[in-house]
Design a protein around this ligand. Structure first.
Ligand code: HEM
Length: 145
């Protein structure tokens, strides 16, 4: 899928201006809409986490034109997420919350085209992260026991 790099870059430039507001909003939406994921962050320093999340978004947008760099980094990030206890079904929850936070931040600049560009980008990112994990049933048994 060809991502709309130009639109992703220009809209992200606006989101960057309010990065700390956006990440706060994101976790507020995530924990309000999907309280079941909150226990995953029980021992997390949320201030540090907000910064790390945003840095990974900056890295992703900066490397949209370098698929090899992006794939390697996002697959490793996905591997680590399985260690944190993140499951495939959590990815759409994070996607919806992140896009809602972007929508609030961009206001009228959140046009249908921008929404589509980010929906597609998140799908690609989540897919690459999931490629870095082994969620086969045999592997999941010890986790759910
Ligand atoms: C676009 C998708 C995502 C991105 C870019 C992202 C980014 C990050 C980054 C950069 C970290 C810091 C630690 C590291 O680099 O390994 C992190 C940690 C974490 N993420 Fe994500 N994440 C994503 C999806 C998710 C999802 C779907 C969940 C599940 C609700 C999740 C839950 C966590 C948890 C629990 C941690 C560990 C916090 C700790 O250290 O205590 N993330 N994430």
């Amino acid at each position: 899928m060809a991502l709309n790099v130009e639109l992703l870059e220009s809209s992200f430039a606006q989101i960057k201006v309010n990065s700390s507001k956006v990440t706060k909003q994101f976790y507020t939406v995530l924990f309000t809409d999907y309280p079941e994921v909150q226990p995953l962050f029980a021992n997390t320093n949320m201030e540090k986490q907000r910064k790390q999340l945003f840095q990974s978004l900056v890295f992703t947008v900066n490397n949209l034109g370098k698929p090899d760099v992006l794939s390697n980094t996002l697959r490793s990030l996905g591997t680590r997420h399985a260690w944190y206890g993140v499951l495939p079904q959590h990815y759409p929850m994070v996607g919806s919350s992140l896009l809602k936070a972007f929508e609030v931040s961009l206001g009228t600049a959140w046009t249908p085209d921008v929404q589509q560009a980010w929906t597609e980008a998140y799908e690609v990112v989540a897919q690459l992260m999931l490629e870095g994990t082994d969620y086969s049933p045999e592997r999941l048994v010890p986790i759910v026991k």
